[in-house]
Write a protein that binds this ligand. Structure first.
Ligand SMILES: Nc1ncnc2c1ncn2[C@@H]1O[C@H](COP(=O)(O)OP(=O)(O)OP(=O)(O)O)[C@@H](O)[C@H]1O
Length: 265
């Protein structure tokens, strides 16, 4: 691994009587693409919220780019981590360009209604994801996939070294899903941006990411390469159910397919 840009040590968090995170320790190297996978309620979003400073762990340490948290102001943190939420509300009354310009707030302050340089960076970000022709459209007129891409553009305009994404392809059809995964993979590869994404798309994660973190019941129960992760034992450990794995017809890498129902065997 390259030198870590994110590092946690024994993070624990409880809310009320629920223990949401239990001694979570992991690192993400600069330029790495890491997928966090796990069943619903495993603690994936909670972990992201801790990294983003939205939740405060009761125990443990976190470092972003070599500096401990807390200790970052909100703007300083936004210059390190750009966050793409699961799905942006359609009713936000802005044009796509206005919205992407807001991604510049960490650099320009206020609402990011910035100078020519800010405008150039926002247009560049839209171009990178093939959305420049949408610049003047109102966000509420976009499809779910287009809105998701606008969110990624806003995060790119933030020019942070790390993209943190919470299920970037949730709610998308297979074509849009493929496109979003491809864009993220290319951004990581071409620009050296570190990508940390929660996803339920196991096959894409195994194909596009360098490493997988498997979470179950608030713990990291697997941390390793996709090749090491994709075994029936690990899938059962993380998801508690049986999957079938078969070689991809072109690459030969294992891909997950649903196990056959008993009545159809
Ligand atoms: N504010 C809260 N108070 C109490 N419990 C909470 C709170 N926030 C989250 N939880 C619980 O913590 C657990 C982990 O939630 P989290 O959203 O991190 O799961 P997740 O792995 O992201 O799940 P999903 O895949 O469904 O998005 C869940 O059981 C959830 O109900």
């Amino acid at each position: 691994m390259t030198s870590p840009i994110i590092k946690t040590n024994n993070l624990s968090l409880s809310i009320g009587k629920s223990r949401l995170l239990k001694d979570v320790s992991f690192s993400v190297g600069k330029g790495e693409r890491v997928a966090i996978v796990g069943a619903n309620g495993a603690g994936k979003t909670t972990l992201l919220k801790c990294l983003l400073g939205l939740l405060k762990p009761e125990r443990g340490e976190m470092e972003i780019d070599g500096r401990g948290m807390p200790g970052y102001s909100r703007l300083e943190l936004a210059r390190k981590l750009a966050y793409v939420p699961q799905l942006l509300e359609a009713s936000v009354p802005f044009t796509v360009l206005d919205f992407v310009m807001m991604g510049r707030y960490a650099h320009e302050g206020g609402m990011g209604q910035g100078d020519q340089e800010g405008l150039r960076i926002a247009m560049d970000a839209l171009q990178q994801i093939g959305m420049e022709s949408f610049a003047r459209r109102t966000l509420s007129t976009l499809s779910g996939g287009e809105r998701q891409k606008a969110c990624i553009a806003a995060a790119l305009a933030q020019q942070a070294p790390v993209l943190v994404l919470d299920e970037p392809s949730a709610h998308l059809d297979p074509r849009q899903r493929e496109e979003i995964h491809h864009i993220l993979c290319e951004i990581g590869r071409r620009q050296g941006v570190t990508v940390l994404a929660v996803t339920h798309d196991l096959n894409w994660a195994a194909m596009d990411y360098d490493r997988m973190l498997g979470m179950s019941d608030g713990r990291v129960v697997f941390d390793g390469t996709p090749a090491a992760f994709m075994t029936p034992e690990n899938l059962r450990l993380v998801f508690g159910v049986d999957f079938s794995l078969h070689p991809h017809p072109v690459t030969g890498d294992p891909i997950v397919i649903p196990a056959a129902r008993k009545e159809s065997v």
